[in-house]
Design a protein around this ligand. Structure first.
Ligand SMILES: Nc1ncnc2c1ncn2[C@@H]1O[C@H](COP(=O)(O)OP(=O)(O)OP(=O)(O)O)[C@@H](O)[C@H]1O
Ligand SMILES: [Mg+2]
Length: 213
């Protein structure tokens, strides 16, 4: 069960209602590793009407990320055939991004998910910037997750989002679970919650690790 995320879910519901009404936005779900970004997105997705289009994608933790990996995922979900080679020299990016926008907008109200943007390649960040500048007049809600650490990836995310008009981006923070939430999760798992909370020293990743151990 998802604990302590009611305000975030309500905010996301309101932003989705705006998108359905033709005022699209990017929502950036930010939190440290293991804070519960994916769990929040899953919980939100599970509340959606069957009629709403949802296209999902993720960035991967590769030493050299494939260009536009998430766009491949989104295209597959949208049954849209991307040009086979997305190499710099063979395919111009702007017409491709523009076509992507048309394909997604043609779906009617649409939720796009890009997980783990801190692992994105440069072209994917360009795509997010491209969408971000044009999203206001669409029926698209683009939900992004990213870690808040001091990594280079996080800095690149911040820089890319900083170039999008401020009104088009909403930040939703995923804070650490409270002690009582950790105790309750531990009780359900029949574990010593006090010990887990103490050992995690306020680090969400360690709560997850310790509960799973
Ligand atoms: N609000 C919550 N209530 C109960 N359990 C939660 C909550 N948030 C997250 N969890 C659990 O904690 C674990 C880690 O959550 P999740 O994978 O969503 O983290 P994350 O922020 O996406 O991490 P990462 O940065 O590694 O992708 C999962 O097992 C998830 O079910
Ligand atoms: Mg995650």
């Amino acid at each position: 069960m998802l604990l302590e995320r009611q305000p975030q879910l309500q905010q996301m519901d309101a932003l989705l209602a705006d998108a359905i009404g033709g005022r699209g936005r990017i929502v950036v779900v930010l939190g440290e590793a293991g804070a519960g970004k994916t769990a929040l997105v899953e919980a939100f997705a599970s509340r959606l009407d069957d009629g709403l289009t949802m296209l999902r994608s993720a960035c991967e933790d590769l030493s050299i990320p494939d260009p536009l990996g998430p766009l491949h995922d989104l295209a597959r979900d949208a049954h849209w055939e991307l040009p086979r080679v997305l190499d710099d020299r063979q395919v111009q990016r702007l017409p491709l991004f523009s076509e992507a926008l048309d394909v997604f907008e043609a779906k009617g109200p649409c939720l796009l998910v890009i997980e783990d943007l801190h692992w994105a390649d440069d072209a994917t960040l360009d795509f997010v910037r491209f969408l971000g500048r044009r999203i206001a007049n669409t029926h698209i809600l683009l939900l992004i997750t990213a870690r808040t650490d001091r990594s280079e990836g996080q800095m690149r995310v911040r820089r890319a989002l900083g170039e999008i008009p401020a009104g088009n981006v909403v930040r939703i923070d995923v804070p650490l679970l409270s002690e009582s939430a950790v105790l309750s999760l531990a009780a359900t798992a029949e574990r010593d919650g006090e010990a887990i909370y103490r050992a995690s020293a306020g680090n969400a990743f360690f709560v997850t690790e310790l509960l799973a151990a």
